[in-house]
Ligand binder design. Structure first.
Ligand SMILES: Cc1ncc(COP(=O)(O)O)c(C=O)c1O
Length: 456
């Protein structure tokens, strides 16, 4: 299919020309099933041939509206022209030399941009890695070396990756941890500021962020403060269900950490690069973390991630202690530099705010109309709807969520769930989606909500 078909479709958006999955996708699914382990999940059984902006075209010529963006990697849209050009240009010069053997400028430029643009007016340094999980691992290694302390505090419902250490940090058993033990040592966990399901049955602001205060109790009961290297959290939990704590939670956590010589690590893998309406979510909450982790939308889908932090902390590990063969690959760096330009040139943060406003307007009366809705939340373009069978008991409506997403998929809207109980519908649409595309997608979701009752 020529590019123009996808472009033409992107004006009128979704276009389904076969049953879903189409015949070619069905063939490929069989090959996938025979050759790829089942442990790799699959939201939709469609194979993608090309993508543009907020649209995906499958191998059968069906065009889908993408409200997932490769799980938050496409804030700048699928295949921005500038990024594609930068990748081609870089491929003409250098694919790989290993930055630890013979360095190249792109890596340093990406590090400079991150050092200058992440929150915190202090000298910073950056290391680049291949994946979000690898960046989280490095952040923990750095924090432990700097503080010479072993323990890390993470939160319930957190997601930090699938490697041994990051799955230990992750706060959801199935499917991320079950069967993969033993877990890494010295990880402690406490409830997050999940106001809709407050662990202490309190209400903000009268609670005075009791959940943050409980860090004191953690230090008294589970692990002494002088052994805690860092507290790690996502400023807005992603896989956990788009849970955004109130601003005073961040202040309280940061204050307690500072008093105890404990570092603050912000995992901005999903919140970064303008998703929440500012370049980094920490900015919204006035938080200056000691270490900040980025990945996903940093390079428009090419594998790249980073740890950026206080220079003296980042310099704690000895030469050779950190690194990896591919980390900060030149092509990924070229893609990242083009995205970094787009942050300003395309006003991605402004676009995220506009999407957030459109979402708020459209969903304003949904809670009244649809009894399944327990909570509508989020900031910027990081928005979600939590579904419950009963508003009093808040029993998660997991099957209903699956049904609603299935209805969306049938009509050509790609959307996924989140939350420990899989009962949260999340919006991760590329920020370049037009108001028409946002409206079309929300319309499909609205119809699906309309036609779904709580199941017995
Ligand atoms: C907040 C957060 N941290 C870490 C990760 C892990 O990133 P990766 O899948 O690139 O290893 C993810 C992935 O979804 C994430 O959302």
């Amino acid at each position: 299919m020529p590019d123009s078909a996808l472009l033409a479709a992107s004006e009128s958006s979704i276009r389904l020309v076969t049953e879903i999955p189409g015949p070619r996708s069905q063939e490929l699914i069989q090959r996938r099933t025979a050759n790829v382990p089942r442990s790799l999940g699959m939201t939709l059984p469609i194979f993608i041939e090309r993508a543009e902006g907020a649209m995906l075209e499958d191998v059968d010529g069906n065009v889908f509206l993408d409200f997932v963006g490769g799980i938050g990697c496409q804030n700048a849209g699928h295949r921005p022209a500038e990024t594609v050009a930068a990748i081609k240009e870089q491929a003409d010069h250098l694919l790989h030399s290993c930055f630890m053997v013979t360095p190249y400028e792109g890596y340093v430029e990406v590090a400079e941009w991150l050092n200058n643009n992440t929150p915190g007016n202090f000298p910073k340094k950056t290391i680049l890695t291949n994946s979000g999980a690898e960046a989280v691992e490095n952040a923990i290694k750095i924090a432990r070396t700097y503080t010479r302390r072993p323990a890390i505090i993470a939160f319930e419902d957190a997601f930090h990756g699938r490697t041994q250490l990051t799955m230990t940090l992750t706060g959801k058993t199935h499917p991320y941890k079950a069967g993969f033990g033993p877990m890494a040592p010295e990880i402690y966990r406490m409830p997050y500021a999940y106001c809709y399901r407050c662990s202490y049955n309190l209400t903000h602001p009268s609670c005075k962020v009791e959940c943050a205060e409980r860090l004191h109790s953690m230090f008294a009961r589970h692990i002494e403060a002088e052994s805690v290297a860092a507290v790690i959290f996502e400023p807005v939990q992603g896989e956990g269900g788009f849970i955004a704590p109130p601003a005073d939670w961040f202040q309280k956590i940061a204050e307690i950490c500072r008093k105890n010589g404990t570092l603050v690590i912000a995992d901005e893998v999903q919140t970064g690069f303008c998703r929440t309406g500012t370049t980094f979510a920490c900015e919204r909450f006035g938080l200056e973390p000691d270490l900040l982790i980025t990945a996903k939308s940093i390079a428009a889908g090419l594998p790249l991630a980073a740890v950026t932090g206080r220079a003296e902390v980042m310099d704690a590990p000895l030469p050779g202690g950190l690194g990896g063969t591919y980390g900060g690959n030149p092509v990924s760096c070229a893609a990242a530099l083009s995205v970094m330009k787009l942050v300003d040139e395309a006003d991605l943060a402004g676009k995220a705010e506009a999407i957030g406003r459109q979402f708020e307007e459209r969903t304003r009366n949904w809670a009244k109309r649809f009894p399944l809705i327990g909570d509508i939340r989020g900031i910027g373009a990081m928005r979600a709807i939590e579904l419950v069978k009963n508003r009093d008991t808040k029993e998660p409506a997991t099957d209903e969520t699956k049904r609603i997403l299935g209805l969306c998929h049938k009509r050509g809207l790609v959307m996924i769930s989140a939350g420990v109980y899989g009962n949260v519908i999340r919006l991760l649409v590329p920020l370049v989606a037009t108001p028409g595309q946002i409206s079309e997608g929300l319309g499909i979701l609205e119809d699906a909500l309309e036609s779904t009752e709580p199941l017995p």
